[in-house]
Design a protein around this ligand. Sequence first.
Ligand SMILES: [Zn+2]
Length: 349
Amino acid sequence: MRVTGTLLPSGERTELWLLGDRVTFTRPRGSVDTAATDLFLTPGLVDVHTHPGHDDAGVFTDGRFVEECAQHVAAGTTALRVPGHTAPVPAALRADPTLPRLVTAGRLLAHTGLATGHPMHTPTDDLVAAALAEATANDGWCKIVADWEHDRPALPSALVRAVVDAVHAHGFRVAAHCQTAAGTRVAVECGVDSIEHGWYLTDDLIERLAARGGAFVPTATAFLPMVDDVRTKPEGPRKDYFLGGIAGLPRAAAVAHEAGVAVLAGTDSAPFGNVVSEVEFLLAAGLSPTVAIGAASWTARDYLGLPGLVEGGLADLVGYDVDPRLEPGVLRHPRLVVLRGRVTAPQRG
Ligand SMILES: [Zn+2]
């Protein structure tokens, strides 16, 4: 299958071919179907923080997973990192070529000391063993809860460090939920790879995260819709904490990108297939269109180890009628979505 257009982020005019699940820039022998011409092409989009398949009680069902994954694909999101799911994703779904590529982290692990009670969380007494087991059984990632209530202590640093050391010793990576100043600090200082939410991420922590190639996933899409409601709540430390945490995200995203942190797009919320919302947040935070789009595409793919539109790369792409760097609104209206070398129906509307 042949596709021509302008490749992002380079801006080069290109002609490429999809051979099965691979990309090549060398015309293959034999007959070729042209899927599209003259589009603006990005590697398939990525949502690096999404939990498809769960109801409000945290119950995972295959049917719901398939449905919510289909919403991602329709929007051009061809790869997902799933930082926490309450049941293993069945092998048959992982192998389904119509579903996005998955990078799963297994159960979302909450040390019993935090007593979160959240339906998505799995309590554990032995966070180190559980984290290593999930990273091993999944795609080289585990996910831990570093803090929960704003007025309760975060995990002790010795415990977070023990998790990180054990997981890194096997070449795997750790993502951590952190939404308090103490939790974000302990996660960054102890070497967590991917900082999820990252409220109260300070400049000194950003420097440390950048120095070791860490990632920051603000998930502002999950929080911004809550702000109006929170403003109506009684005054007090909880309200201040909540509004302060959200208010700090745009600046933290901008400073983190400048410092060299991989700032990545994750939604952590319904509707599924809405990663463009996080691109819009990053644009509003002052990141350039190329950087903001990259956070949901080539930068995220690099970080997860999913090659994009390079020779031998994976055959996932999205095509747009106009340059999304100039008109980011077009990101919501892909003309062409290709997943694993197959054209899927583009989203309309
Ligand atoms: Zn989440």
